[in-house]
Design a protein around this ligand. Structure first.
Ligand code: FEO
Length: 386
C-alpha cells in the first residue's frame, strides 16, 4: 500500500540516481523498509562507490519513500552536504532530525560537480508536496523529476522507455495514470505550472524517482502528464465509468441496462462496484472518463455509506468537471440524492435527471436507464473529449 492506502499489485520502484563529476552527487534516496537500504548499498558498491564517497545529496522531495533511510545514511557519511528547498529544510529537521550540513536552494541555483557536470534546481511546489523541486543536469540534459512523471509498477531488467515492448509500454502508461489519479491528481494545476517553468530547457531524458527512465521520447511522458492534468478541467477521455453499489440487488438490476446503453453508443465503459473495488482503481477510471454513472441505494435516509466515502475521496482528489447520471433504489424514503448534492457541490459536475425508484425496478425504470445512459454517451461523444 503506497501512502498506507493505495494498492500496488504490480509494485513500485523507488529510484535514486548518481551523478559523477569530479565530485559525486546522489539524487533522492530510498525508503528504510525491508531490504531496500541493503539493496541500495549493493548497487552503489557495484559502481563502485561507498556511502562516504558521496559529496552531495540532492533532496528533491522529503516524503519518506525517498528519505526515511536518510538518518542512517547520514550517519555513515556525516560530511554529506544536503541540498534542499527552504520548506524542505524544515521538513528535514521535522522528519529526520537533521539541521547540519543543510544548503537551501531556490530556482536557478546550481552546483558544479566538475568534469562538465552541473546540477540546477527548479522549485516545483506541490509536485507532490509544497517543498518539492526538480533537478536538471545540463551536459546530459537529464531532468531528475522525483514524483513528477512517475508511475507505479516495479522495474525488473528493463529501465528505459526504448527497451519496452508495446505491452510493457502500455503497462507503464496505465500505471502512470493510476499513480497520477491516486497521488498527483489533486495538484494538477501545479503540474501545468511546473511544466511551463521547464520550457526552454533542452530536456533529453526524464529520470523520475518512480517508474522507468524516458530517454527515447521524454516528451511523451510530459505530454501524458499534461493530458492527465487536463482531465481535471475537462473534458476528459470520451469514456464513461459506472460506479455502483447495491444492498439486496435492486440497484444492481439496473447496472446492465446502463452498461448496454453506453456500449450501444460505442463509448468505452469501465465498471466498478464499491466497496468491492478499491478506491485506488475507481479513481483512475473516473479521473480519465468524461462521464460518470453512479448508482447507489438510499441507506437510512442517506446514501449507501461506501459510495459516500467514494464521493468524499473524489472531492479530496478533485475529480472535477464530469457529466453525471445517478440512479438507485430506496426502501421507504429517499435521501441518497440529497447527500449526493451535498458531497458533489464543489465538483463542477453537470447532472442529468436522476433515476430513482422504490423497491424493485420495473420496466419503466429499465427503459429510463437505457435512455439516460444512451443520452449521456451521446453527449460525451459530441463533446469529443481529450
Ligand atoms: Fe514519491 Fe511524494 O513521494
Amino acid at each position: 500500500m503506497f501512502e498506507g492506502m493505495w494498492p500496488m499489485p504490480n509494485g513500485i520502484s523507488i529510484n535514486s540516481y548518481v551523478v559523477q563529476g569530479e565530485q559525486v552527487a546522489l539524487i533522492d534516496l530510498v525508503e528504510d523498509i525491508g531490504d531496500k537500504p541493503l539493496q541500495f548499498e549493493r548497487e552503489l558498491n557495484s559502481i563502485p562507490l561507498q556511502a562516504e564517497d558521496i559529496d552531495y545529496l540532492i533532496i528533491n522531495h522529503m516524503e519518506p519513500d525517498h528519505t526515511s533511510w536518510l538518518p542512517a545514511f547520514f550517519q555513515k557519511n556525516p560530511d554529506l552536504k544536503l541540498y534542499v528547498t527552504a520548506k524542505g529544510a524544515d521538513m528535514l529537521k521535522a522528519f529526520c532530525g537533521i539541521s547540519e550540513n543543510v544548503y537551501i536552494v531556490k530556482t536557478g541555483d546550481s552546483i558544479d560537480l566538475g568534469a562538465g557536470k552541473r546540477l540546477t534546481f527548479y522549485e516545483a511546489p506541490n509536485l507532490h508536496w509544497p517543498e518539492t523541486m526538480l533537478t536538471f543536469e545540463e551536459s546530459s540534459g537529464i531532468l531528475f523529476s522525483c514524483d513528477a512523471f512517475g508511475s507505479y509498477g516495479a522495474i525488473a531488467d528493463v529501465i528505459f522507455d526504448d527497451q519496452l515492448s508495446s505491452e510493457q509500454h502500455d503497462f507503464f502508461i496505465n500505471e502512470a495514470l493510476r499513480y497520477y489519479a491516486n497521488i498527483i491528481g489533486g495538484f494538477s494545476m501545479f503540474v501545468e505550472k511546473a511544466i511551463a517553468k521547464l520550457k526552454g530547457l533542452d530536456i533529453k531524458m526524464i529520470a523520475p524517482s518512480h517508474g522507468i527512465v524516458w530517454r527515447e521520447n521524454p516528451q511523451e511522458i510530459i505530454d501524458t502528464y499534461l493530458r492527465f492534468a487536463g482531465y481535471m478541467t475537462g473534458p476528459a477521455e470520451p469514456e464513461i465509468t459506472i460506479i455502483w453499489s447495491s444492498m439486496y440487488g435492486n440497484t444492481e438490476k439496473v447496472v446492465n441496462k446502463m452498461i448496454q446503453g453506453v456500449r450501444s453508443e460505442g463509448i468505452p465503459v469501465h465498471v466498478h462496484r464499491v466497496p468491492n473495488d478499491h478506491i485506488g482503481f475507481v479513481l483512475a477510471s473516473a479521473w480519465k472518463s468524461a462521464g460518470l454513472i453512479i448508482g447507489m441505494p438510499t441507506y437510512e435516509y442517506r446514501m449507501f455509506p461506501p459510495m459516500a466515502w467514494t464521493l468524499d475521496m473524489f472531492g479530496r482528489k478533485k475529480v472535477w468537471n464530469k457529466k453525471v447520471v445517478r440512479f438507485g433504489s430506496f426502501g421507504w424514503s429517499g435521501g441518497a440524492e440529497r447527500e449526493m448534492d451535498l458531497l458533489t457541490e464543489k465538483l463542477k459536475w453537470d447532472f442529468q435527471a436522476p433515476i430513482e425508484w422504490q423497491g424493485a425496478p420495473d420496466e419503466m425504470v429499465m427503459e429510463r436507464a437505457t435512455a439516460a445512459s444512451q443520452s449521456l454517451a451521446r453527449q460525451i461523444k459530441s463533446d469529443g473529449g481529450a
